[in-house]
Write a protein that binds this ligand. Structure first.
Ligand code: BGC
Length: 416
């Protein structure tokens, strides 16, 4: 028979052991659309199978601007979540604040250095230590289309150049349908804008103008042509576009109301979640003129420093799960992206994903692989925000001349 004191000690030991083995992970993310929610549910399942408690902290708003604002207030008030969906240079900014946990123990045990492309690993590290775990690779420079709408309008295939695109758009218009489904929010405007810049100017120009923010490139004739093309694309959108969420624009394509959408491959996650078949119901192609380039967007989770041992254990398990083969496959099949982990089999993936995977590798060799500015992969958040505002102002107000639009963008690029 146990004495009460022995029993109490035994119970305390069990409780401590349990606390070390399982913990609560509060995960801040902005994956709330149909395809996104299905994808994040897979991560929740894996964590629950490991005995952890998943506390969902979803903040709606495509592109994550709302989530970023909420995260700031939580961290500033000393109550950060265990993990948050943060990417690109924002990871470095958070790490510099001293609030991120060091993930090196997990990264070493799981051999992340040998499992990640260097361009990705570098973004996940701060001063040589891993502070974030990458989830996927999204390609941003995609164009999506409804196959039946193209057929109805007499468009033979996916347009490869901007001239072909505008000719196709005219046919769709003549058939009484909306050529371009767009959601007028500044990250969506910029998603279209960066594809136009890439298509008009090529990868080197994209790098000079949008990443190096080189004044000469921003004032060049190529920039002028880009803005003219961008404005022309807008003339093929509908009057109800302002403020529309991206997934509702995708729905317009699905429902045969619109022909095309310029959007990253999370749009494919939406089509798939609605039971649509790639290559049959919907088509994917690189945005006009961008087949030899690739704007990448890597989602990742940074972990915040927490004191509780159970919570720390859960963070390690979350990081390891994210990079594990099981999650990398099932998540990306749902999300529309491709695994970020190298040497994964693409057997279960569709042709859009296979193209993305091949182009990711090929463009890395030719210099065509460039980070997406629209999706926070390239420049510091302050300059990014200012440029996005200037581009959206131009998109929204046809009275702003191309010359003034160029000046406003160049001025915004100087934001520190
Ligand atoms: C993220 C995607 C997300 C999309 C729409 C992008 O910035 O990288 O994961 O699905 O925004 O919310």
């Amino acid at each position: 028979m146990f004495k009460v004191s022995q029993l109490a000690a035994a119970v305390a030991m069990v409780v401590t052991a349990a606390a070390v083995q399982a913990g609560e992970v509060e995960v801040l993310h902005y994956w709330t659309s149909g395809g996104e929610a299905k994808s994040v549910a897979e991560l929740k399942k894996i964590m629950q199978a490991k005995g952890h408690v998943w506390k969902d902290f979803a903040v709606a708003g495509g592109g994550g601007d709302n989530a970023a604002t909420v995260l700031k207030s939580r961290v500033v008030s000393g109550n950060p979540p265990a993990a948050a969906q943060i990417k690109g240079p924002a990871i470095q900014e958070w790490a510099a604040e001293g609030v991120l946990a060091n993930l090196d123990a997990t990264a070493k045990a799981e051999k992340w250095d040998s499992l990640l492309p260097k361009v990705v690993a570098d973004v996940m590290k701060y001063k040589g230590n891993y502070v974030a775990a990458p989830v996927n690779v999204h390609r941003v420079n995609w164009m999506w289309a409804n196959a039946a709408v193209l057929k109805k309008a007499g468009v033979a295939g996916m347009p490869k150049t901007w001239d072909e695109f505008f000719a196709a758009a005219d046919k769709v218009k003549a058939a009484g349908l909306i050529p371009v489904a767009h959601g007028g929010q500044n990250w969506q405007d910029f998603t279209t804008f960066e594809s136009v810049v890439l298509g008009v100017g090529g990868a080197k120009f994209y790098n000079d103008a949008l990443i190096k923010l080189d004044a000469k490139a921003l004032g060049s004739d190529t920039m002028k042509k880009s803005l003219e093309t961008f404005r022309k694309v807008k003339s093929y959108t509908d009057a109800a576009a302002p403020g529309r969420d991206w997934n509702l624009a995708t729905a317009m394509v699905m429902q045969e109301k619109a022909a095309f959408q310029f959007m990253g491959d999370w749009a494919k996650g939406e089509f798939l979640a609605a039971g649509k078949a790639p290559g049959k119901d919907f088509l994917c192609a690189a945005a006009p003129g961008t087949a030899n380039a690739y704007t990448f967007n890597v989602d990742s989770f940074a972990m915040f420093k927490l004191k509780d041992a159970g919570a720390q254990k859960a963070q390690g398990d979350l990081a390891a799960s994210i990079m594990g083969t099981e999650f990398q496959e099932v998540f990306n099949l749902n999300k529309g992206s491709i695994p970020v982990r190298l040497n994964m089999s693409m057997a279960k993936f569709d042709d859009c994903a296979k193209t993305s995977s091949k182009d990711f590798v090929d463009t890395a060799k030719t210099g065509g692989l460039v980070p997406s500015v629209a999706h926070g992969m390239a420049i510091k958040p302050a300059a990014e925000g200012a440029i996005k505002d200037a581009v959206s102002q131009f998109w929204n107000d046809d009275k702003i001349s191309v010359a003034d639009g160029m000046k406003n963008i160049a001025k915004a690029a100087a934001t520190k």
